[in-house]
Design a protein around this ligand. Structure first.
Ligand code: PLP
Length: 472
């Protein structure tokens, strides 16, 4: 049955048009670099190797400004904590420090990087379920805000401040909302209430600043519901004389990578024939989502809360601070990743395998059994005749000996067949794409990351990211 179905599909294949292109949305500064300075791209790859990540901290700062523009008109108290795990580059933490935003850290290393970048310790919030004793001690010593994940972690914090402290430890309590019932993160009602009662007896040592949650998925409605669920804890704490004043809704704000209509049409029209293994992945990030950050925030803030008030009105009337921990959405557009093509191999059925210098550890969706549904941009290599050659369908493989090392399982439609020495540019890779899984497999050195500053007049100034130590 299965074979028959795939034969029929194969037979029809010639008649079925290809799904639409997933052309990446590009910041104009990046578009300019690619269009006007392709030789610079080649020179950088010669000098620093492939793959190579280019970072734009200015775009990060613009994203902060966009968040603020969406929130400033609301007469709200708010605080942004950049979710630092989205990308390992120091340049973005430095940009957060310069913009005066906070940083959400989940390891002592992220904490140290934030402090080194000059983030005010009071603007650092620590999340995560498994903070080590050394991490907790460092957070307490610098006065960072700690989101307490469990009763057990609460006990560890109590032990850390057994000796009298000059100022109380600042904590949020992380709630596990009903919608995230099976999650291992945060506390249910009983555990969280027990922490509040304990805090009422520990005021001098530990100060309850508020409540926190972070949800999977990207819907503002789920955050609105979780925020409403959190209010009972606020009531309980206030009844006990505590003064919590922060509600931290975590991250998960959406990013758009490609045009929404093209994306929807792609999803409708794609089939197993578009993938080298003949199978459409079960789920994708919503690469062509229709809701931008501003609309998302409006959706949250205008949602009903309590006493016939919207969330915005409720927060205002209770003098509550809305904290948000955007990761992906603050690095939206802020990096691209370049891969040089090292081999192009013709396979059966007119399909080509394009091998790049680099691996799927620097472009990780296939490892999550999904796919980065954004087409790479093909730049001709030095000395190549531009635009010559026939169209081709190809998947993109890394240079390792792992069968699984595929940057795309999806067959990309190229207007001309890629050639050795050409460059593939993956756009918008800063959020979890470029470096989440990177390693030195086959003893290839870690990919380099370069910071690009544009001074307006088509001048691009390139420097190494500060996390690269003494590398030249
Ligand atoms: C990962 C994470 C974030 C950032 O999430 P994004 O989807 O990148 O915005 C924020 N807060 C917590 C607790 C996280 O674990």
């Amino acid at each position: 049955m299965k074979n028959l179905a795939s034969n029929v599909q194969h037979h029809l294949g010639a008649l079925v048009p290809a799904p639409p292109a997933l052309t990446p949305m590009l910041d104009s500064r990046i578009e300019q670099l690619l269009a006007r300075r392709p030789r610079l791209i080649g020179e950088l790859l010669d000098q620093y190797g492939s793959p190579l990540h280019l970072l734009w901290p200015q775009i990060f700062s613009d994203n902060v400004a966009r968040f603020r523009a969406a929130l400033d008109g609301r007469q709200l108290r708010y605080e942004l904590f950049y979710g630092a795990k989205a990308n390992k580059s120091q340049a973005f933490i430095a940009a957060a420090a310069q913009a005066g935003t906070g940083v959400d850290v989940s390891s002592i290393h992220e904490l140290n990087d934030a402090l080194r970048a000059g983030v005010a310790p009071g603007r650092i919030c620590a999340t995560g379920p498994a903070k080590s004793t050394a991490f907790l001690a460092a957070l307490i010593a610098c006065g960072a805000l700690i989101s307490v994940d469990s009763v057990e972690e609460f006990g560890a914090i109590e032990r850390c401040c057994a000796a009298p402290l000059a100022t109380p430890v600042r904590v949020l309590l992380r709630h596990r909302p009903a919608s995230a019932g099976n999650s291992r993160f945060g506390m249910g009602v009983a555990a969280l209430s027990a922490c509040i009662e304990r805090l009422a007896t520990l005021r001098a040592a530990i100060r309850l600043e508020g409540f926190h949650f972070h949800l999977g998925g990207y819907a503002s409605a789920a955050r609105a519901a979780a925020l409403r669920d959190t209010l009972v804890f606020l009531d309980q704490a206030r009844a006990l004389g505590l003064a919590p004043h922060i509600i931290d809704i975590g991250g998960g704000l959406p990013v758009r990578y490609v045009d929404s209509d093209a994306y929807d049409e792609f999803l409708r029209r794609q089939s197993g024939r578009d993938y080298i293994h003949g199978r459409v992945p079960a789920s994708f990030y919503p690469y062509g989502g229709r809701v931008g950050v501003a609309e998302w925030l409006d959706g949250l803030l205008d949602a009903p809360c309590r006493d016939a008030l919207t969330i915005a009105a409720y927060l205002r009337s209770h003098q509550l601070t809305l904290a948000i921990e955007p990761g992906r959405s603050l690095v939206d557009q802020a990096a691209i990743s370049l891969f040089r093509i090292v081999r192009v191999k013709a396979l059966a059925g007119g399909v080509h395998a394009v091998f790049v210098e680099g691996s799927s550890f620097s472009a990780c969706e296939t490892w999550f059994d999904s796919e980065f549904l954004v087409d790479p941009i093909l730049l001709p290599g030095a000395g190549a005749q531009a635009a010559a050659g026939a169209p081709a369908r190809a998947f993109i493989a890394g240079h390792s000996c792992l069968d699984e090392d595929l940057i795309t399982r999806r067959l990309i439609h190229f207007a001309r067949c890629p050639r050795v020495g050409d460059v593939l540019v993956f756009a918008n890779t800063a959020g979890y794409q470029m470096d989440l899984l990177e390693n030195e497999f086959h003893r290839h050195p870690m990919p380099r990351r370069l910071v690009v500053h544009c001074d307006g007049a088509e001048q691009f100034v390139v420097s190494c990211d500060a996390n690269e130590g003494g590398k030249q």
